[in-house]
Each structure stands twice: as C-alpha cells, then as structure tokens.
Design a protein around this ligand. Structure first.
Ligand code: MN
Ligand code: MN
Length: 283
C-alpha cells in the first residue's frame, strides 16, 4: 500500500537524489483582471497524468530524470511582500542544496521571488521572458509589486541588457519606450529566440514562461488573454532550443485552469513543463 501523494507525473524522486525541484506557488494576489492562477499548480499535477512521461520530440523520459516535487508553498492571504519573501527563501534553500528550481505558478509576480534568490547565486544572470505582456510598468495603480511590473522589478536587480523578451504584444507606450532603452524585446512572436539562446551559451539563464504568450484561441485558460499570440508548436520549438543553455532556474506561470473547462490549457501547460524539464542540463 502507498500513501496518496500526488506529484507531477514522473517527478517522484527523493529530494536527496534530485537535480531538479518542482515547487508550486499558488499565488494570484496582484492579478489585475481575472484571478484564478492560484489553482494552476494543483490542476497541473492532477492533469499531468493525462500526458506521457516520454517525449517523442527529444527521445527522453521524465522517469529517467531525478525530479523532486516539493508540493505547493503554503502562503498567507493578502500579504504580497511575505509571499515573495517566502518564495525567495524556498528557492534559496533549493539552490543551497545544489538543485535547479522549477516553479509552477501562480501569477507572474512569483518570478520576482525566485529571481531574487537565483541572481544572488548567479550575479551574471540573464532572463528569457516569454509573454504577451511587457510587464515593465513602474507600478500598477501605485503598487510597485504587481504581475504587470514583474519584469521592471527584475530589471531593478539584473540591470540593462539582461532581460530578453519575446512574444510581447501588449503594454503601455511607456513600457515599450523603457524596453527600447533597457531590455531586448522581440514583439509579437518568438523569432530570434534560438539565436539569443545560442549567444547566451556560457551564461546562467533563468527562463520564465507566461503562458498567455500563447494564442488564446488555443489557450484560453489564463487571466489576461491577449489575441494574436503564438501557436503551441512555436513555443515548443523555442523550448527545444534551450538544450544548449545553462538553465539555472525556470517557471511556468499564469495558468488559470477554470477559464478553460475543456482542460486543454492545463494539458498544454503540463506538456510544456515536461519539455522544459527535459532541457535542463544534468537532467
Ligand atoms: Mn506576465
Ligand atoms: Mn502576460
């Protein structure tokens, strides 16, 4: 007899033997439009049993990779600063134990907690940011800690030229002006992603996938759907180019499962997560 403990499919290694640690951050406290991303990690774990552990794309299997699923971080309601500090501390603990952290969101602001810890360990950190939204607002309605400001807060840490944005098709004029000066931004699609990955070959890289980069026609399970996005196959091709890269941290955020009752969005998030895990070196 076994205890009923549900992990993401194929991620049932013990902590000591794992190279990669999955951790759910069920936080959507600053979501500006439709909340629900807090249900992302649990939905992904449950629905992951609908996909295979084997990837025919890369001929690798999650069962051959030691991944520990740390479950969800238990967060206080209504305290954004504390949620971020707890995320940062949890990621720092994984890094101190030599693990590569892989967070399941939750809204996009959780990336700030992770990057605070990862950038301390890797000061030369580069960020690969895939998103419909620039997320470069100085603040959102006066609040500097918002999912609409997450890349601006990360810029505060990593500085000019270290944030590489792809698929961006929404934001204020001021965000695009900021990007022209301080980040590398590719609008609308993922063209050039593989070239950027190749150029960063020897650098530590954190990849953050805001799932709303996908076209809402195929992926509607998210809080701020933005028309004109990339097809899943394009996102998959981008992810597969990560194999040459020194990935030191990852996240997949902004799945809001209840906005897609078909379950297709959650299934897409699960498949993408599997494919990213299988790109992590040493994995
Ligand atoms: Mn975002
Ligand atoms: Mn977004």
């Amino acid at each position: 007899m076994n205890k009923n403990v549900q992990t993401f499919i194929g991620c049932d290694a013990e902590y000591a033997e794992a190279d990669i640690v999955l951790c759910g951050i069920p936080f959507d406290g600053t979501t500006s439009y439709r909340p629900g991303a807090r249900f992302g990690p649990s939905a992904m774990r449950a629905e992951s049993y609908g996909i295979e552990t084997y990837s025919p794309y890369v001929d690798r299997d999650l069962q051959d990779v030691p991944v520990f699923d740390a479950g969800d971080l238990e967060l206080p309601f209504g305290d954004t600063k504390k949620a971020l500090t707890m995320t940062e501390e949890r990621v720092a603990a994984f890094l101190a134990d030599g693990k590569t952290p892989f967070l399941l969101g939750g809204e996009h602001l959780i990336t700030l907690g992770a990057v605070r810890a990862v950038a301390r360990k890797h000061p030369a950190l580069h960020i690969l940011h895939l998103d419909a939204h620039a997320d470069l607002r100085a603040d959102y309605l006066g609040e500097p800690l918002s999912h609409a400001s997450v890349m601006r807060r990360i810029w505060d840490i990593v500085g000019d030229g270290r944030i590489h944005q792809f698929g961006i098709r929404s934001g204020e004029r001021a965000e695009f002006a900021f990007a022209a000066k301080h980040t590398h931004m590719r609008r609308y699609d993922l063209t050039g992603f593989a070239d950027t990955v190749a150029a960063l070959k020897n650098e530590p890289v954190y990849v953050t996938v805001d799932l709303d980069v996908l076209d809402p026609a195929g992926f509607c399970g998210t809080g701020t759907p933005e028309a004109g996005g990339v097809p899943f196959t394009a996102l998959l091709a981008a992810v597969h180019s990560l194999s040459t890269c020194n990935l030191v941290g990852c996240d997949v955020v902004e799945l809001s499962p209840h906005y897609d009752m078909s379950g297709a969005s959650t299934a897409a998030a699960c498949k993408l997560t599997r494919e990213i895990i299988l790109q992590i070196k040493g994995a």
